[in-house]
Write a protein that binds this ligand. Sequence first.
Ligand code: TAP
Length: 517
Amino acid sequence: SLLVRFLRQASACSDDQQLNFQAFTLKANKREIRVPTQLFINGEFVDADSQRTLEIVNPTNEEVLCKVACASATDVDKAVQAAHSAFYGSWRQITPRQRGQLMLNLADLMERNKEELATIESVDSGAVYTLALKTHVGMSIEAWRYFAGWCDKIQGNTIPVNPARPNNILTFTRKEPIGVCGLITPWNYPLMMLSWKMAACIAAGNTCLIKPAQTCPLTALKFAELTVRAGFPPGVINVLPGKGSDAGQAVADHELVRKLGFTGSTPIGKHIMKSCADSNLKKCSLELGGKSPLIIFADCDMDKAVRHGMSSVFFNKGENCIAAGRLFVEDRIHDEFIRRVLKDLRTMTIGDPLDRSTAHGPQNHKAHFDKLLEFCRRGVDEGAKLVYGGCRVPHLKGYFFTPTVFTNVTDDMFIAQEESFGPIMIISKFNGSDVDSLMQRANRTEYGLASGVFTKDIGKALNFADRIEAGTVFVNLYNKTDVAAPFGGFKQSGYGKDLGQEALNEYLKTKCVTVEY
Ligand code: TAP
Protein backbone atom coordinates (compact mmCIF):
# COMPACT_ATOMS: atom_id res chain seq x y z
CA SER A 1 0.00 0.00 0.00
CA LEU A 2 0.93 3.65 -0.27
CA LEU A 3 1.42 3.86 3.46
CA VAL A 4 3.86 0.96 3.64
CA ARG A 5 5.81 2.35 0.70
CA PHE A 6 6.19 5.77 2.28
CA LEU A 7 7.17 4.37 5.63
CA ARG A 8 9.73 2.06 4.05
CA GLN A 9 11.12 5.03 2.19
CA ALA A 10 11.12 7.00 5.41
CA SER A 11 12.96 4.37 7.38
CA ALA A 12 15.49 3.97 4.59
CA CYS A 13 16.09 7.71 4.94
CA SER A 14 19.20 7.50 2.87
CA ASP A 15 21.51 10.26 1.74
CA ASP A 16 22.53 8.06 -1.19
CA GLN A 17 19.10 7.84 -2.74
CA GLN A 18 19.29 9.16 -6.30
CA LEU A 19 16.94 11.94 -7.28
CA ASN A 20 16.79 13.45 -10.69
CA PHE A 21 17.11 17.18 -10.86
CA GLN A 22 18.99 19.90 -12.65
CA ALA A 23 21.47 21.45 -10.30
CA PHE A 24 24.23 23.92 -10.05
CA THR A 25 27.34 23.03 -8.11
CA LEU A 26 28.25 25.58 -5.49
CA LYS A 27 31.97 25.47 -4.77
CA ALA A 28 32.47 27.28 -1.50
CA ASN A 29 33.64 26.73 2.02
CA LYS A 30 35.91 23.86 0.86
CA ARG A 31 32.84 21.99 -0.38
CA GLU A 32 31.08 21.14 -3.59
CA ILE A 33 27.35 21.29 -3.04
CA ARG A 34 24.72 20.31 -5.61
CA VAL A 35 21.76 22.65 -5.35
CA PRO A 36 18.56 21.92 -7.30
CA THR A 37 17.51 24.75 -9.61
CA GLN A 38 13.99 23.65 -10.59
CA LEU A 39 10.57 23.97 -9.02
CA PHE A 40 9.62 21.19 -6.61
CA ILE A 41 6.08 20.03 -7.33
CA ASN A 42 4.43 16.74 -6.36
CA GLY A 43 7.70 15.18 -5.21
CA GLU A 44 9.62 15.99 -8.39
CA PHE A 45 11.89 18.73 -9.64
CA VAL A 46 10.42 20.27 -12.77
CA ASP A 47 10.97 23.27 -15.02
CA ALA A 48 8.66 26.25 -14.81
CA ASP A 49 5.80 26.06 -17.27
CA SER A 50 6.89 29.35 -18.85
CA GLN A 51 10.59 28.31 -18.84
CA ARG A 52 11.30 31.60 -17.09
CA THR A 53 14.17 31.81 -14.62
CA LEU A 54 15.38 34.00 -11.77
CA GLU A 55 18.98 35.16 -11.62
CA ILE A 56 20.44 34.51 -8.21
CA VAL A 57 23.12 37.00 -7.25
CA ASN A 58 25.87 36.48 -4.70
CA PRO A 59 25.71 39.65 -2.53
CA THR A 60 29.37 39.28 -1.54
CA ASN A 61 30.68 39.87 -5.08
CA GLU A 62 27.56 40.97 -7.02
CA GLU A 63 28.04 38.11 -9.50
CA VAL A 64 25.30 35.82 -10.78
CA LEU A 65 25.55 32.51 -8.94
CA CYS A 66 23.03 30.56 -10.98
CA LYS A 67 19.57 30.67 -12.49
CA VAL A 68 16.57 28.93 -10.94
CA ALA A 69 13.16 28.21 -12.37
CA CYS A 70 10.65 30.99 -11.78
CA ALA A 71 7.10 29.84 -11.06
CA SER A 72 4.02 31.46 -12.52
CA ALA A 73 0.32 31.03 -11.74
CA THR A 74 0.17 27.82 -13.82
CA ASP A 75 2.90 26.21 -11.73
CA VAL A 76 1.22 27.38 -8.54
CA ASP A 77 -1.98 25.73 -9.70
CA LYS A 78 -0.15 22.44 -10.35
CA ALA A 79 1.38 22.55 -6.88
CA VAL A 80 -1.95 23.34 -5.26
CA GLN A 81 -3.61 20.45 -7.11
CA ALA A 82 -0.81 18.13 -5.92
CA ALA A 83 -1.12 19.36 -2.34
CA HIS A 84 -4.90 18.99 -2.54
CA SER A 85 -4.68 15.39 -3.78
CA ALA A 86 -2.12 14.54 -1.11
CA PHE A 87 -4.26 16.11 1.61
CA TYR A 88 -7.27 13.99 0.68
CA GLY A 89 -5.16 10.96 -0.26
CA SER A 90 -1.75 9.71 0.86
CA TRP A 91 -1.24 12.17 3.70
CA ARG A 92 -4.50 11.04 5.35
CA GLN A 93 -3.20 7.49 5.61
CA ILE A 94 -0.23 8.55 7.69
CA THR A 95 -0.96 8.55 11.40
CA PRO A 96 0.02 11.53 13.57
CA ARG A 97 2.87 9.59 15.16
CA GLN A 98 4.19 8.53 11.75
CA ARG A 99 3.95 12.14 10.65
CA GLY A 100 6.09 13.11 13.62
CA GLN A 101 8.61 10.45 12.62
CA LEU A 102 8.85 11.84 9.09
CA MET A 103 9.54 15.28 10.54
CA LEU A 104 12.23 13.85 12.81
CA ASN A 105 13.80 12.08 9.81
CA LEU A 106 13.86 15.40 8.02
CA ALA A 107 15.42 17.17 11.02
CA ASP A 108 18.12 14.47 11.20
CA LEU A 109 18.87 14.92 7.50
CA MET A 110 19.05 18.68 7.94
CA GLU A 111 21.45 18.13 10.83
CA ARG A 112 23.64 15.85 8.71
CA ASN A 113 23.64 18.45 5.96
CA LYS A 114 23.88 21.49 8.19
CA GLU A 115 27.27 22.66 6.88
CA GLU A 116 25.97 22.43 3.31
CA LEU A 117 22.77 24.29 4.19
CA ALA A 118 24.64 26.99 6.11
CA THR A 119 27.11 27.43 3.25
CA ILE A 120 24.30 27.86 0.73
CA GLU A 121 22.49 30.28 3.06
CA SER A 122 25.64 32.28 3.63
CA VAL A 123 26.47 32.58 -0.08
CA ASP A 124 22.89 33.25 -1.14
CA SER A 125 21.79 35.69 1.58
CA GLY A 126 25.08 37.14 2.81
CA ALA A 127 24.57 35.78 6.35
CA VAL A 128 27.77 35.26 8.28
CA TYR A 129 28.48 31.51 8.14
CA THR A 130 28.83 31.01 11.88
CA LEU A 131 25.45 32.67 12.41
CA ALA A 132 23.89 30.76 9.52
CA LEU A 133 25.03 27.52 11.12
CA LYS A 134 23.74 28.38 14.58
CA THR A 135 20.62 30.41 13.81
CA HIS A 136 19.44 30.14 10.21
CA VAL A 137 20.00 26.38 10.09
CA GLY A 138 20.27 25.46 13.78
CA MET A 139 16.96 27.00 14.75
CA SER A 140 15.34 25.51 11.64
CA ILE A 141 16.31 22.03 12.78
CA GLU A 142 15.02 22.76 16.27
CA ALA A 143 11.70 23.93 14.82
CA TRP A 144 11.23 20.65 12.95
CA ARG A 145 12.07 18.63 16.09
CA TYR A 146 9.90 20.75 18.35
CA PHE A 147 6.83 20.55 16.11
CA ALA A 148 7.41 16.84 15.40
CA GLY A 149 6.68 16.35 19.09
CA TRP A 150 3.27 17.99 18.76
CA CYS A 151 1.95 15.68 16.01
CA ASP A 152 0.45 13.09 18.34
CA LYS A 153 -0.56 15.58 21.04
CA ILE A 154 -3.17 17.57 19.15
CA GLN A 155 -6.26 17.14 21.31
CA GLY A 156 -9.77 18.48 21.60
CA ASN A 157 -11.93 18.94 24.70
CA THR A 158 -14.98 17.31 26.23
CA ILE A 159 -17.38 20.11 27.06
CA PRO A 160 -20.16 19.98 29.68
CA VAL A 161 -23.20 21.44 27.87
CA ASN A 162 -26.80 21.67 29.09
CA PRO A 163 -28.41 18.19 28.87
CA ALA A 164 -31.56 17.68 26.71
CA ARG A 165 -33.48 15.77 29.36
CA PRO A 166 -34.49 12.97 29.61
CA ASN A 167 -31.57 12.21 27.30
CA ASN A 168 -27.93 13.10 27.78
CA ILE A 169 -25.65 15.06 25.55
CA LEU A 170 -21.97 14.52 24.85
CA THR A 171 -20.14 17.44 23.25
CA PHE A 172 -16.53 17.19 22.22
CA THR A 173 -14.17 19.08 19.94
CA ARG A 174 -11.65 17.84 17.42
CA LYS A 175 -8.72 19.85 16.15
CA GLU A 176 -8.41 19.24 12.43
CA PRO A 177 -5.93 20.35 9.80
CA ILE A 178 -7.18 23.13 7.53
CA GLY A 179 -6.13 21.67 4.17
CA VAL A 180 -3.77 23.11 1.58
CA CYS A 181 -1.73 25.94 3.06
CA GLY A 182 0.23 28.57 1.15
CA LEU A 183 3.37 29.94 2.79
CA ILE A 184 5.09 33.11 1.62
CA THR A 185 8.37 34.14 3.20
CA PRO A 186 10.97 36.94 3.08
CA TRP A 187 14.69 36.87 2.41
CA ASN A 188 16.26 37.70 5.76
CA TYR A 189 16.33 34.17 7.24
CA PRO A 190 15.27 32.10 4.23
CA LEU A 191 15.44 28.59 5.71
CA MET A 192 14.36 29.61 9.19
CA MET A 193 11.25 31.48 8.01
CA LEU A 194 10.37 28.43 5.92
CA SER A 195 10.88 26.11 8.88
CA TRP A 196 9.04 28.20 11.48
CA LYS A 197 5.95 28.16 9.32
CA MET A 198 6.14 24.83 7.58
CA ALA A 199 7.00 22.73 10.63
CA ALA A 200 3.85 23.96 12.44
CA CYS A 201 1.78 23.58 9.29
CA ILE A 202 2.90 20.01 8.60
CA ALA A 203 2.71 18.95 12.27
CA ALA A 204 -0.94 20.01 12.24
CA GLY A 205 -1.53 17.60 9.35
CA ASN A 206 -1.81 20.02 6.44
CA THR A 207 -0.13 19.94 3.04
CA CYS A 208 1.58 23.02 1.68
CA LEU A 209 3.34 24.98 -0.97
CA ILE A 210 5.88 27.66 -0.22
CA LYS A 211 6.97 30.63 -2.29
CA PRO A 212 10.30 31.72 -0.87
CA ALA A 213 11.68 35.21 -1.53
CA GLN A 214 12.89 35.56 -5.11
CA THR A 215 16.32 36.86 -4.10
CA CYS A 216 17.40 33.76 -2.16
CA PRO A 217 15.48 30.55 -2.75
CA LEU A 218 18.46 28.16 -2.74
CA THR A 219 18.22 26.67 0.76
CA ALA A 220 14.49 26.09 0.17
CA LEU A 221 15.38 24.03 -2.92
CA LYS A 222 18.04 22.03 -1.07
CA PHE A 223 15.47 21.53 1.68
CA ALA A 224 12.99 20.21 -0.91
CA GLU A 225 15.51 17.56 -1.90
CA LEU A 226 15.84 16.51 1.75
CA THR A 227 12.06 16.12 2.12
CA VAL A 228 12.13 13.40 -0.53
CA ARG A 229 15.01 11.67 1.18
CA ALA A 230 13.14 11.90 4.50
CA GLY A 231 10.19 10.03 2.94
CA PHE A 232 7.48 12.66 2.64
CA PRO A 233 4.80 11.56 0.17
CA PRO A 234 4.64 13.56 -3.09
CA GLY A 235 2.51 16.69 -2.93
CA VAL A 236 2.72 17.19 0.83
CA ILE A 237 5.48 19.80 0.49
CA ASN A 238 5.95 21.88 -2.67
CA VAL A 239 8.56 24.60 -3.18
CA LEU A 240 8.10 27.27 -5.85
CA PRO A 241 10.64 30.05 -6.22
CA GLY A 242 9.08 32.97 -8.05
CA LYS A 243 8.08 36.58 -7.87
CA GLY A 244 5.67 37.85 -5.27
CA SER A 245 3.56 39.80 -7.74
CA ASP A 246 3.06 36.68 -9.88
CA ALA A 247 3.53 33.33 -8.07
CA GLY A 248 2.95 34.84 -4.62
CA GLN A 249 -0.22 36.55 -5.74
CA ALA A 250 -1.44 33.31 -7.33
CA VAL A 251 -1.02 31.53 -3.98
CA ALA A 252 -3.02 34.23 -2.16
CA ASP A 253 -5.73 34.10 -4.86
CA HIS A 254 -6.07 30.33 -5.20
CA GLU A 255 -9.45 28.96 -4.22
CA LEU A 256 -8.15 25.60 -3.04
CA VAL A 257 -5.66 27.19 -0.65
CA ARG A 258 -7.43 27.41 2.71
CA LYS A 259 -4.80 29.14 4.81
CA LEU A 260 -2.01 31.56 4.06
CA GLY A 261 0.98 32.02 6.34
CA PHE A 262 2.83 35.20 5.41
CA THR A 263 5.95 36.90 6.71
CA GLY A 264 7.02 40.13 5.06
CA SER A 265 6.33 43.84 4.97
CA THR A 266 3.21 45.55 6.30
CA PRO A 267 2.08 46.99 2.93
CA ILE A 268 2.27 43.59 1.19
CA GLY A 269 0.62 41.97 4.23
CA LYS A 270 -2.36 44.29 3.87
CA HIS A 271 -2.60 43.59 0.17
CA ILE A 272 -2.45 39.84 0.77
CA MET A 273 -5.15 40.00 3.39
CA LYS A 274 -7.47 41.59 0.83
CA SER A 275 -6.63 38.87 -1.69
CA CYS A 276 -7.36 36.19 0.93
CA ALA A 277 -10.76 37.77 1.57
CA ASP A 278 -11.65 38.29 -2.08
CA SER A 279 -10.68 34.82 -3.28
CA ASN A 280 -12.21 32.41 -0.79
CA LEU A 281 -11.95 34.03 2.63
CA LYS A 282 -8.91 31.93 3.41
CA LYS A 283 -7.56 32.22 6.91
CA CYS A 284 -4.33 34.18 7.08
CA SER A 285 -1.65 34.94 9.60
CA LEU A 286 0.67 37.87 9.07
CA GLU A 287 4.11 38.44 10.57
CA LEU A 288 4.95 41.93 9.39
CA GLY A 289 7.35 44.79 9.89
CA GLY A 290 8.54 46.33 13.14
CA LYS A 291 10.16 49.38 14.68
CA SER A 292 10.92 47.91 18.06
CA PRO A 293 11.88 50.23 20.92
CA LEU A 294 14.78 49.38 23.20
CA ILE A 295 14.98 51.36 26.47
CA ILE A 296 18.26 51.64 28.32
CA PHE A 297 17.97 53.03 31.85
CA ALA A 298 20.96 54.54 33.62
CA ASP A 299 20.81 51.82 36.29
CA CYS A 300 21.52 49.03 33.76
CA ASP A 301 24.53 46.75 33.62
CA MET A 302 26.37 48.91 31.07
CA ASP A 303 28.55 46.14 29.60
CA LYS A 304 25.49 44.04 28.95
CA ALA A 305 23.47 46.95 27.61
CA VAL A 306 26.19 47.83 25.10
CA ARG A 307 26.72 44.20 24.02
CA HIS A 308 23.01 43.46 23.57
CA GLY A 309 22.28 46.96 22.29
CA MET A 310 24.78 46.31 19.50
CA SER A 311 23.28 42.96 18.62
CA SER A 312 19.73 44.34 18.89
CA VAL A 313 20.60 46.42 15.81
CA PHE A 314 23.50 44.76 14.00
CA PHE A 315 22.56 41.06 14.36
CA ASN A 316 22.31 39.51 10.87
CA LYS A 317 23.35 42.94 9.44
CA GLY A 318 20.13 44.43 10.76
CA GLU A 319 18.03 42.19 8.50
CA ASN A 320 16.13 41.05 11.51
CA CYS A 321 12.42 41.70 11.95
CA ILE A 322 12.72 42.18 15.71
CA ALA A 323 15.77 44.46 15.39
CA ALA A 324 15.62 47.42 17.74
CA GLY A 325 14.49 50.15 15.36
CA ARG A 326 14.91 52.78 18.00
CA LEU A 327 17.05 53.05 21.10
CA PHE A 328 15.99 55.33 23.93
CA VAL A 329 18.99 55.93 26.20
CA GLU A 330 18.64 57.72 29.54
CA ASP A 331 20.31 61.13 29.30
CA ARG A 332 22.71 60.44 32.22
CA ILE A 333 24.45 57.62 30.33
CA HIS A 334 23.72 58.68 26.74
CA ASP A 335 27.19 59.96 25.83
CA GLU A 336 28.98 57.09 27.54
CA PHE A 337 26.76 54.54 25.77
CA ILE A 338 27.52 56.08 22.37
CA ARG A 339 31.24 56.22 23.09
CA ARG A 340 31.26 52.51 23.86
CA VAL A 341 29.15 51.57 20.86
CA LEU A 342 31.47 53.48 18.53
CA LYS A 343 34.51 51.81 20.11
CA ASP A 344 33.02 48.37 19.37
CA LEU A 345 31.99 49.37 15.85
CA ARG A 346 35.51 50.46 14.94
CA THR A 347 36.78 46.94 15.60
CA MET A 348 33.91 45.08 13.91
CA THR A 349 35.25 42.81 11.16
CA ILE A 350 33.44 43.29 7.87
CA GLY A 351 34.04 41.00 4.91
CA ASP A 352 33.46 37.60 3.35
CA PRO A 353 30.62 35.98 5.32
CA LEU A 354 32.25 32.57 4.91
CA ASP A 355 35.33 33.75 6.78
CA ARG A 356 35.01 32.55 10.40
CA SER A 357 36.31 35.84 11.80
CA THR A 358 33.74 37.99 9.98
CA ALA A 359 31.10 39.66 12.13
CA HIS A 360 29.27 41.64 9.44
CA GLY A 361 28.50 40.49 5.89
CA PRO A 362 26.89 42.11 2.86
CA GLN A 363 23.25 43.18 2.75
CA ASN A 364 20.95 40.73 1.05
CA HIS A 365 20.47 42.35 -2.35
CA LYS A 366 20.97 45.56 -4.29
CA ALA A 367 17.49 47.10 -3.98
CA HIS A 368 17.71 46.73 -0.21
CA PHE A 369 21.22 48.18 -0.13
CA ASP A 370 20.07 51.21 -2.14
CA LYS A 371 17.09 51.63 0.20
CA LEU A 372 19.47 51.87 3.16
CA LEU A 373 21.52 54.61 1.49
CA GLU A 374 18.31 56.54 0.89
CA PHE A 375 17.18 55.95 4.48
CA CYS A 376 20.41 57.51 5.77
CA ARG A 377 20.15 60.42 3.36
CA ARG A 378 16.71 61.25 4.73
CA GLY A 379 18.03 61.06 8.28
CA VAL A 380 20.76 63.58 7.48
CA ASP A 381 18.32 65.84 5.57
CA GLU A 382 15.96 65.91 8.53
CA GLY A 383 18.73 66.98 10.88
CA ALA A 384 19.66 63.79 12.73
CA LYS A 385 23.36 63.55 13.57
CA LEU A 386 25.17 60.84 11.62
CA VAL A 387 27.99 59.83 13.94
CA TYR A 388 29.15 56.69 12.13
CA GLY A 389 28.72 55.00 8.73
CA GLY A 390 25.77 55.77 6.49
CA CYS A 391 27.61 54.63 3.37
CA ARG A 392 29.00 51.70 1.39
CA VAL A 393 32.07 50.08 2.94
CA PRO A 394 34.93 51.66 0.97
CA HIS A 395 37.05 49.46 -1.31
CA LEU A 396 34.80 46.40 -1.06
CA LYS A 397 32.86 44.89 -3.93
CA GLY A 398 29.49 43.53 -2.83
CA TYR A 399 26.59 45.06 -0.95
CA PHE A 400 28.59 45.93 2.16
CA PHE A 401 26.92 48.67 4.17
CA THR A 402 28.88 50.31 6.98
CA PRO A 403 27.18 49.81 10.35
CA THR A 404 25.63 53.18 11.09
CA VAL A 405 24.75 55.29 14.14
CA PHE A 406 22.42 58.29 14.24
CA THR A 407 21.96 60.42 17.37
CA ASN A 408 19.82 63.49 18.11
CA VAL A 409 16.87 61.74 16.51
CA THR A 410 13.50 63.31 17.23
CA ASP A 411 10.21 61.41 17.23
CA ASP A 412 8.79 63.06 14.11
CA MET A 413 11.69 62.10 11.84
CA PHE A 414 11.28 59.52 9.09
CA ILE A 415 14.15 57.45 10.49
CA ALA A 416 12.43 57.39 13.91
CA GLN A 417 9.22 56.08 12.43
CA GLU A 418 10.09 53.78 9.53
CA GLU A 419 11.80 50.41 9.58
CA SER A 420 15.22 50.33 7.89
CA PHE A 421 15.73 46.55 8.13
CA GLY A 422 19.45 47.32 8.03
CA PRO A 423 22.43 47.96 10.34
CA ILE A 424 21.35 51.42 11.42
CA MET A 425 21.22 52.41 15.08
CA ILE A 426 18.80 55.24 15.84
CA ILE A 427 19.38 56.82 19.26
CA SER A 428 17.24 59.27 21.19
CA LYS A 429 17.58 60.51 24.78
CA PHE A 430 15.04 60.38 27.57
CA ASN A 431 14.69 61.77 31.05
CA GLY A 432 14.59 58.89 33.58
CA SER A 433 12.29 60.76 35.98
CA ASP A 434 9.48 60.88 33.39
CA VAL A 435 8.66 57.28 32.55
CA ASP A 436 5.12 58.15 31.45
CA SER A 437 6.43 60.29 28.58
CA LEU A 438 8.95 57.60 27.72
CA MET A 439 6.23 54.95 27.47
CA GLN A 440 4.12 57.21 25.28
CA ARG A 441 7.07 57.73 22.95
CA ALA A 442 7.89 54.03 22.86
CA ASN A 443 4.29 53.16 22.00
CA ARG A 444 3.83 55.95 19.47
CA THR A 445 4.25 53.67 16.46
CA GLU A 446 1.84 51.59 14.43
CA TYR A 447 4.22 48.63 14.78
CA GLY A 448 4.25 46.32 17.78
CA LEU A 449 6.57 43.43 17.07
CA ALA A 450 9.22 43.45 19.80
CA SER A 451 10.73 45.62 22.53
CA GLY A 452 13.45 45.56 25.13
CA VAL A 453 14.52 47.16 28.39
CA PHE A 454 17.77 47.26 30.32
CA THR A 455 17.62 48.06 34.04
CA LYS A 456 18.62 46.36 37.28
CA ASP A 457 15.32 47.44 38.84
CA ILE A 458 12.89 44.56 38.41
CA GLY A 459 9.94 46.81 39.19
CA LYS A 460 10.84 49.17 36.36
CA ALA A 461 11.35 46.26 33.98
CA LEU A 462 7.99 44.64 34.79
CA ASN A 463 6.25 47.98 34.60
CA PHE A 464 7.68 48.36 31.09
CA ALA A 465 6.53 44.82 30.19
CA ASP A 466 3.01 45.71 31.38
CA ARG A 467 2.76 48.92 29.42
CA ILE A 468 4.57 48.27 26.15
CA GLU A 469 2.40 47.40 23.14
CA ALA A 470 4.51 44.67 21.58
CA GLY A 471 4.24 40.91 21.10
CA THR A 472 7.73 40.26 22.47
CA VAL A 473 9.45 41.88 25.44
CA PHE A 474 13.12 41.29 26.24
CA VAL A 475 14.42 42.22 29.68
CA ASN A 476 18.21 42.56 30.07
CA LEU A 477 18.86 40.66 26.84
CA TYR A 478 17.79 40.86 23.22
CA ASN A 479 17.09 38.55 20.26
CA LYS A 480 16.51 35.53 22.50
CA THR A 481 13.84 33.57 20.67
CA ASP A 482 13.06 29.90 21.16
CA VAL A 483 11.04 27.45 19.11
CA ALA A 484 8.82 26.72 22.14
CA ALA A 485 7.86 30.37 22.77
CA PRO A 486 5.21 32.21 20.73
CA PHE A 487 6.50 34.88 18.38
CA GLY A 488 4.51 37.57 16.60
CA GLY A 489 3.39 41.15 16.66
CA PHE A 490 0.64 43.51 17.76
CA LYS A 491 -0.98 46.38 15.82
CA GLN A 492 0.33 46.70 12.24
CA SER A 493 3.07 44.16 12.89
CA GLY A 494 0.36 41.60 12.15
CA TYR A 495 -1.34 38.79 13.99
CA GLY A 496 -1.14 35.06 14.44
CA LYS A 497 1.91 33.54 16.08
CA ASP A 498 4.83 31.57 14.75
CA LEU A 499 6.46 29.04 17.09
CA GLY A 500 5.23 27.45 20.29
CA GLN A 501 1.89 25.76 20.79
CA GLU A 502 0.08 28.85 19.57
CA ALA A 503 1.56 28.40 16.10
CA LEU A 504 -0.11 24.99 15.79
CA ASN A 505 -3.52 26.58 16.29
CA GLU A 506 -2.85 28.85 13.32
CA TYR A 507 -2.89 25.71 11.18
CA LEU A 508 -5.84 23.90 12.84
CA LYS A 509 -9.58 24.32 12.85
CA THR A 510 -11.92 23.25 15.62
CA LYS A 511 -14.87 20.96 14.93
CA CYS A 512 -17.53 20.66 17.62
CA VAL A 513 -19.41 17.33 17.75
CA THR A 514 -22.62 16.95 19.78
CA VAL A 515 -24.21 13.55 20.44
CA GLU A 516 -27.49 12.68 22.13
CA TYR A 517 -27.64 9.41 24.04
P1 TAP B 1 7.93 41.78 1.20
O1 TAP B 1 8.33 42.65 0.10
O2 TAP B 1 6.62 42.02 1.87
O3 TAP B 1 8.02 40.29 0.65
C1 TAP B 1 7.73 39.16 1.44
C2 TAP B 1 7.30 38.03 0.53
O4 TAP B 1 6.05 38.37 -0.09
C3 TAP B 1 8.27 37.75 -0.61
O5 TAP B 1 8.30 36.38 -0.85
C4 TAP B 1 7.62 38.51 -1.76
O6 TAP B 1 8.02 38.07 -3.03
C5 TAP B 1 6.16 38.20 -1.49
N1 TAP B 1 5.22 39.09 -2.17
C6 TAP B 1 5.42 40.33 -2.67
N2 TAP B 1 4.31 40.79 -3.26
C7 TAP B 1 3.37 39.83 -3.16
C8 TAP B 1 2.02 39.69 -3.57
N3 TAP B 1 1.38 40.67 -4.24
N4 TAP B 1 1.36 38.56 -3.30
C9 TAP B 1 1.96 37.57 -2.63
N5 TAP B 1 3.25 37.62 -2.23
C10 TAP B 1 3.94 38.74 -2.47
O7 TAP B 1 8.99 41.82 2.38
P2 TAP B 1 10.56 41.64 2.25
O8 TAP B 1 11.11 42.92 1.75
O9 TAP B 1 10.89 40.40 1.55
O10 TAP B 1 10.96 41.39 3.77
C11 TAP B 1 11.20 42.42 4.64
C12 TAP B 1 10.01 42.66 5.53
O11 TAP B 1 9.63 41.47 6.19
C13 TAP B 1 10.32 43.64 6.63
O12 TAP B 1 9.28 44.56 6.77
C14 TAP B 1 10.41 42.78 7.87
O13 TAP B 1 10.15 43.40 9.07
C15 TAP B 1 9.44 41.71 7.58
N6 TAP B 1 9.73 40.53 8.37
C16 TAP B 1 8.89 40.26 9.41
C17 TAP B 1 9.14 39.17 10.20
C18 TAP B 1 8.22 38.88 11.32
S1 TAP B 1 8.33 37.48 12.01
N7 TAP B 1 7.32 39.74 11.70
C19 TAP B 1 10.22 38.35 9.94
C20 TAP B 1 11.07 38.65 8.89
C21 TAP B 1 10.79 39.76 8.10
P3 TAP B 1 9.35 38.65 -3.73
O14 TAP B 1 10.34 37.62 -3.49
O15 TAP B 1 9.02 38.84 -5.17
O16 TAP B 1 9.67 39.96 -3.07
